[in-house]
Design a protein around this ligand. Sequence first.
Ligand SMILES: [Zn+2]
Ligand SMILES: [Zn+2]
Ligand SMILES: [Zn+2]
Ligand SMILES: [Zn+2]
Length: 373
Amino acid sequence: MFEREVSDVIKFSIDKKQKEHNEEGQPWYDTKEGILNSLKSFPDLVQMIEERHTAGYCRNERLNQFYVLGRYWLDSCGNCCKAQGFIPKEQFADIPDVLTKDEFWDFIKKHQEDKELMISFVLQSDMPLPNITCPVCGKGWDIQNCHDTVVWHKTDAISLTDFVGKTLGQVKQHYNQLTNAIYRMQSDILIRNDRFIDLSPKYPKPEHDWQKRIVKNQNGWVSEKDGITDDYVIQKGDEGFFNIWAYYHGVCNREHLEKTEEQEFRKIFEKAGFQDIRMSAILNQYCGCDHCAPWFNVNTEFGTITIGWRKRVINIDWSKVEEASQACGEFPKPNIISLFADEDVTKGQAYIHAWGWEKAQDYLSRIHSHLAS
Ligand SMILES: [Zn+2]
Ligand SMILES: [Zn+2]
Ligand SMILES: [Zn+2]
Ligand SMILES: [Zn+2]
């Protein structure tokens, strides 16, 4: 029944005194019935999770534990954790939508046959908000597929030119309504403007050497500490600091990664002088995670070059070019690797690591001129 034994680590929330399951007098978000009711719609589910979060984090309520949709663990501290690796729902389609802790583990024990299952959860749900849509297909999520997300988080300084004369509160309101990602400001870094830069010493009477180097405001960022509230009126030149979470469906994420990466690689091959370029995506030979783009076999007029990111370098592999030219019985070209004698980077007989797009383009140019000569 199982394709493999699951032996990942269980990450517990810190919960020293195990509490008996007890729903008496508990609010709706902490009873089986209330949680079942929340599964009627995706917005209700999200609200239930947020209620538990607030209860656990802001009011320190100790909650009952539930396992929901065969994928999520609602722990006693208000977290919603997501099963990773072994997903009960995908192995046991008949798993009930809401189980208490004991019921869940009884269910697993009954179904695991003679193998001992370990189920691991990560301490985040990766669940989008109900109004969020996927940048690729424009569709949102519902109860059936809310687990199918790949989340990209970044921080960004966004120009607030369009909001000059409006309040910071209005800016936040605007960004809260956007659907292509979740945008959140944070109180300890809010607004940047050159006019806030103050290079005078922060410690006019320094007692330590390091204090001599500290200025009052080097980059022009201000926060709540500096008196910036929601009533602050946006000025010309202001930028806002945002945390941005974009959500993609798994398939859309792959498609997006492949398309954008293919364009970038095509560009450097073209700039390097190659003309007949056909690209096919292959598995990333270094990392298979959701955030890493595929690698590519790039067919050119001189044979196939394999290329792809490997951490912070681009791996360029021309072994197929050399194999092909030898197979054709052509005079073997002098080793391509000899073109890179001066490059102090990781390299082998038929590959080299380029530190970034520019270097990769440079190496490809050299390979192209060499093969074309
Ligand atoms: Zn919260
Ligand atoms: Zn999508
Ligand atoms: Zn990766
Ligand atoms: Zn990743």
